[in-house]
Ligand binder design. Structure first.
Ligand code: GDP
Ligand code: MG
Length: 175
């Protein structure tokens, strides 16, 4: 019996969602371990790379952090084209951002790669007192749409590494 080979995988990951939901903050928390209360808004998209080591594989993520603004919407397909996984982000204090997240999911289901691994991140859970979207509501929607659901906080780092590791594990299984 040979040793299990450690695969090297390169995977494109895209974050989508309304402006202000915390996409950039989640990526910066994961990549740099930092959080900023006054995060400058992203213009167009930002690109990050991060390497994650699992037992079974080493994953190099190419992370595309998009801008959620409507005016950039027409640019979005080039960001999710060829993506292995997508994280759709909403803000638990904004019902509107949850409705927008559903629109992104529909678009990905229609236009995205059919094997796209979909995650739904309910961000800003540290703002429990301002919550407008129930955890069950997000979880239910994710379940109906074959998505993995996590409640996150870029501010406190709750579930942020878990989110990216979970994505890495799912991607590794498909390669
Ligand atoms: P993006 O437009 O989706 O990239 O959102 P940003 O990452 O720019 O974040 C928008 C605002 O929300 C910034 O002021 C962040 O500091 C704040 N923010 C992001 N994530 C969190 C979080 O988990 N909790 C709290 N309380 N604020 C957050
Ligand atoms: Mg941003």
């Amino acid at each position: 019996m040979g040793k299990a080979s450690n695969k090297n995988i390169q995977a494109k990951l895209v974050l989508l969602g309304d402006m202000g939901t915390g996409k950039t903050s989640l990526v910066l928390r994961f990549v740099k371990g930092q959080f900023f209360d006054f995060q400058e808004s992203t213009i167009g998209a930002a690109f990050f790379t991060q390497v994650l080591s699992l037992n079974e594989a080493t994953i190099k993520f190419d992370i595309w952090d998009t801008a959620g603004q409507e005016r950039y919407h027409s640019l979005a397909p080039m960001y999710y084209r060829g993506a292995a996984a997508a994280v759709v982000v909403y803000d638990i204090t904004s019902m509107e951002s949850f409705q927008r997240a559903k629109k992104w999911v529909q678009e990905l289901q229609r236009q995205g790669n059919p094997n796209l691994i979909l995650f739904l991140a309910a961000n800003k859970v540290d703002l429990e007192e301002k919550r407008k979207v129930g955890a069950e509501e997000g979880e239910q929607y994710a379940k109906e749409n074959g998505m993995t659901f996590l409640e996150t906080s870029a501010k406190t780092a709750q579930n942020v590494n878990e989110l990216f590791y979970e994505i890495a594990k799912r991607v590794a299984k498909t390669r």
